[in-house]
Design a protein around this ligand. Structure first.
Ligand SMILES: NC(=O)c1ccc[n+]([C@@H]2O[C@H](COP(=O)([O-])OP(=O)(O)OC[C@H]3O[C@@H](n4cnc5c(N)ncnc54)[C@H](OP(=O)(O)O)[C@@H]3O)[C@@H](O)[C@H]2O)c1
Length: 264
């Protein structure tokens, strides 16, 4: 253990200092992992506080990085108590310092069964939206004025967006129904299509959360990030619709990477 201002930290925790702080979910694989690697290599002015469930991947990432630059806090987003405890730990670590960027990137899609979280909530709703809502509620008061919140959404938030693979799309449902593992999108017969529709609904919730936060937090930049924005022609129509959403949320350059969206 190590001490800073009388507060006890694990020895591997980076001490609060002059670096900017990114708090992030979904940094152990995929595009989130690329953000972590990019910041560790090319942006020494950033410290990353990763909220991740315990895994070999998380362990390897922690072991490969300078402990002054990356700390991993246990957080299973399929368990609200775990997400809440992780926020306690982030706040304790901050020790009155501020968060410069909050990236809500973790995402899950289940197409094999009607999965639910530890709290009995439909899994995509729970992980992709609800846990992130809790995290932002707990941490928004610790953000730097002029800081940034990024939620990772997807083209499929839009039921009319073009998709070559014909992904099952969500129909509007009351949030209490969306959160119910059985009733969520139950009008869809195929388990695969139902899982896809639940995922699509959760990605729309990511956009709606960003719009809500942009209205509420006037001093914070808020982005709903869509990784395929402006990449291919057939998606342009959908992009235009998403653009209309983003206009209320925050403008960022076409083709922008998640890392760029986070650190500006
Ligand atoms: N892949 C695509 O084509 C695509 C397209 C559009 C949008 N997106 C969105 O982009 C984001 C990242 O996607 P990706 O493809 O890079 O994802 P990925 O490689 O599947 O990684 C998902 C991340 O979420 C984390 N995660 C999942 N469940 C969790 C839980 N219960 N608790 C804590 N962390 C959890 C995973 O952690 P573990 O290492 O513990 O599993 C991992 O870090 C997601 O929000 C996704 O919806 C993806």
């Amino acid at each position: 253990m190590a001490y800073h201002n009388g507060v006890r930290f694990r020895a591997s925790y980076p001490r609060p200092g002059t670096r900017k702080r990114l708090v992030m979910t979904g940094g152990t694989s995929g595009i989130g992992r690329r953000v972590v690697e990019r910041l560790l290599i090319g942006h020494p002015d950033w410290t990353i506080i990763l909220l991740a469930r315990p895994s070999l991947r998380a362990q390897e990432l922690q072991a490969s990085a300078d402990p002054e630059r990356l700390m991993v806090i246990d957080a299973d987003l399929a368990n609200l108590r775990s997400a809440d405890r992780a926020c306690d730990e982030v706040i304790r670590f901050l020790d009155s310092e501020v968060i410069d960027a909050l990236a809500l990137n973790a995402g899950v899609q289940t197409v094999s069964h009607d999965a639910s979280s530890a709290d009995g909530v439909e899994l995509a709703f729970a992980v992709n939206f609800l846990a992130h809502f809790l995290i932002v509620e707990r941490l928004k008061g610790h953000m730097r004025c002029g800081g940034r919140i990024v939620t990772t959404s997807s083209e499929v938030h839009d039921p009319d967006a073009f998709c070559l693979m014909g992904i099952g799309r969500a129909r509007w449902q009351d949030p209490m129904v969306l959160a119910d593992r059985i009733r969520s999108q139950e009008h869809i017969a195929s388990i695969v299509d139902r899982g896809e529709a639940r995922y699509c609904a959760s990605k729309l919730l990511n956009v709606m959360l960003a719009r809500h936060l942009a209205r509420e937090l006037s001093t914070i930049g808020v982005i709903a990030f869509n990784r395929y924005r402006n990449r291919t022609r057939p998606q342009l129509a959908a992009t235009a619709r998403l653009e209309a959403c983003h206009a209320c949320v925050c403008a960022y350059p076409p083709g922008c990477s998640l890392a760029r969206a986070i650190i500006k």
